[in-house]
Structures are given as C-alpha cells and as structure tokens.
Design a protein around this ligand. Structure first.
Ligand code: A3D
Length: 320
C-alpha cells in the first residue's frame, strides 16, 4: 500500500512541529510548503536528519511550489501570522484572510481530495474562508481549536484535582476566542462530573470559575510569556490527533470547528462543536444538550464568529 501524504502549508513554528510529529509517528511522507524561500527546505533537511536517530523513514520535502502538494491525503494549514503581545486573534483577520485566499486556491488546484485542517487565526473565520476559497466539500475542511482548548482545560483540571491527565475528559465549545465555552457539566474525571467533585469538597465553584477563565485566555497567557509568537507544541499535537482520526477512520468525537447546517439551530458558519471524525472527514455533528447558561454563552460565542464573517465579506467581495 502506498504511503500516505501529509502536506503542511506554513513552515513556521507550528508547521515545523507538525512535520516532526508526523514523521516520528510515520503518518506518511511529508511536504512542508511556505512562501518564505529556504525555510521549508532548511527545516525539511534538519528534520530528515532526525530520521536515523529516531528511526523513521518518512520522506520530508520542503518546497515553495504548490505542485508538490498534489495527491496529499491530509493538509494542515498554519500559513499566516500569529499574535504578538497585546493583539487579539481578530487583529489578524485582514492579513490572514488574503493568505487563506492563496492557500485555498493552491489546494483547489493541486489537492482537492485532501482532508484539510485549518489552524490559522482567527480560526472560525479563517476555516470558513479557506473552505469558500478552496471550494472543497464542507465535511473535508475543519478547524483545529476545540481539541487544544479542551486540552488546556483538562491540564488545569488535572492540576486542580491532583489527578492524572489521562483520567480527565474536558470539553470546550464555541468559537476559538475569548468567548469560548468551557462546559463544566460535560467535563469529567474518570466519568465523575467535576461539578460532583465540588459537591464532594474536592474543589470549589470559585476555583472552577478561575480555571474556566484561565482556559479562555490560555493562548494569551502563552503569547504574553513568549513575546515573539504564540503557542505551537500543543496546537500541533492537537491537529495531529485530528489527522490520525481521519487517516485511521477512528470515529473519534472531537470538538472541532465544523460547518453547521441546521445543527444547534445554526447554519452557514463554522463553530466549535463535537463532531465524529473518520474516513468521511467531519462525519456527524453531535448535538449535546446545554443548560441555559452554557446556551447563552454559546450564543455570545456564535455572535462573535458571525461578526468576523461580516468583516471577511467586507474585505473580500468574492466571499458570498
Ligand atoms: P509562524 O511561526 O509565523 O508561521 C507561519 C508561517 O506561515 C511562516 O513561516 C510564514 O512564512 C508562512 N506564510 C505566511 N504567508 C503565507 C502564504 N501565503 N503561504 C504559505 N505560507 C505563508 O506562526 P505559527 O506557526 O506560530 O502560527 C501559525 C498560525 O496558527 C497563526 O495564525 C496563529 O495565530 C495560529 N494559531 C492557532 C491556534 C489555534 O488554536 C487555532 C493556536 C496557535 C496558533
């Protein structure tokens, strides 16, 4: 059987980390694309030289030519600019929208059968625009945010309760911005809702509220520390989990930015909800019941995403 092909559009901090993870896991051969000349070629060479030490045979090619992504099974898009301290994700909209146009056309022309995972911010608007520009089916274009936001939430919950991260299942819905919705009711430790653990005296509502707030600003906390860019290890790991779910037809239920078409009473936009990821891409949105507070918070998040789509349409008239 031929090896799978993974194309990474953007060879920056996340792109390089993705290439390393994909090679280490032998997910397939890797193409690292960037507009910056030399960067993808240099990173590809450096990474290839990990092969003899780590024992992987994945071929890694760096390129500035979209023709090299032809036949890709999975494409992960990180092209664009990240945040600097003091910036919100939404500040990136104008510049990254034009990047999505170029990337969408590259995918449309060279790898229209791929499963595409977008990471570029502001995520929910960029994945929508990338889908529009590429013309791929909605189920084949998804955004990575919920897996990362949920991992941040799970990390903080594991620290709070002093338990293994393996036993924490945490859940974040909505857009990938300050309005994201960490849902306590669906967050469990070995199946026990964290709200029940509060009743048992293992934590307090105030502490959980602080954890929810820290999760919401989890990306900003790292931007403020790094000063030169944003998080990249956990974002890359999150997208790799999504790619593996697709390539392995794993039918994982993961929180991803997906196109909603009637689900949750919404349509015509991408927003973070639980979805089954398998060989069909985003196979089925899972509609969970939300209490009144989570519903109201989800609506605030959806409204923020809608505002970004209005801004995208105002910038680029070709977006219907
Ligand atoms: P960075 O290290 O700057 O890499 C971005 C790369 O994109 C650079 O190498 C650029 O040369 C390249 N690039 C720019 N324009 C183009 C183009 N037109 N075609 C191809 N490549 C291009 O950034 P990063 O890797 O740290 O972050 C990438 C993106 O991910 C940013 O938009 C971040 O905001 C975003 N991000 C999202 C999350 C989510 O959870 C959604 C988390 C962290 C970062």
């Amino acid at each position: 059987m031929a090896r799978k092909k993974i194309a990474l559009i953007g060879a920056g901090m996340i792109g390089g980390t993705l290439a390393h993870l994909a090679a280490k896991k032998e997910m397939g051969d890797i193409v690292l694309f960037d507009i910056a000349e030399g960067i993808p070629q240099g990173k590809a060479l450096d990474l290839a030289q990990c092969g003899p030490i780590e024992g992987f045979d994945a071929q890694i090619k760096g390129t500035n030519d979209y023709a090299d992504i032809a036949g890709a099974d999975v494409i992960i898009v990180t092209a664009g600019v990240p945040r600097k301290p003091g910036m919100s994700r939404d500040d990136l909209l104008g510049i990254n929208l034009s990047v999505m146009k170029a990337v969408g056309e590259g995918i449309k022309n060279h790898a229209p059968d791929a499963f595409v995972i977008c990471i570029t911010n502001p995520l929910d608007a960029m994945v929508w625009a990338l889908r529009e520009f590429s013309g791929l089916p909605h189920n084949k274009v998804v955004g990575m945010a919920g897996v990362l936001d949920s991992a941040r939430f799970a990390t903080f919950l594991a620290w709070e309760f002093g338990v293994s991260v393996k036993d924490v299942n945490a859940f974040v819905l909505g857009g990938h911005g300050d309005t994201m919705v960490p849902v306590l009711e669906y967050s469990t430790i070995s199946g026990i809702p964290v709200t029940d653990l509060v009743k048992m005296g293992k934590s307090s509502t105030e502490r959980l509220n602080e954890i929810v707030a820290r999760t919401r600003s989890g990306g900003g906390e790292i931007v403020a520390l790094l000063k030169t860019g944003s998080a990249y290890y956990a974002p890359a790991t999150s997208a790799i989990a999504m790619a593996e779910a697709y390539l392995g037809d794993q039918k994982r239920i993961l929180p991803c930015a997906v196109y909603v078409d009637g689900q949750y009473g919404l349509d015509g936009l991408y927003v973070g909800v639980p979805v089954v990821i398998g060989a069909g891409g985003a196979e089925e949105v899972v509609e969970i019941a939300l209490d009144a507070e989570a519903k109201a918070n989800f609506q605030v998040s959806v409204d923020a995403v809608k505002e970004l789509l209005v801004a995208c349409r105002a910038i680029d008239g070709s977006l219907a």
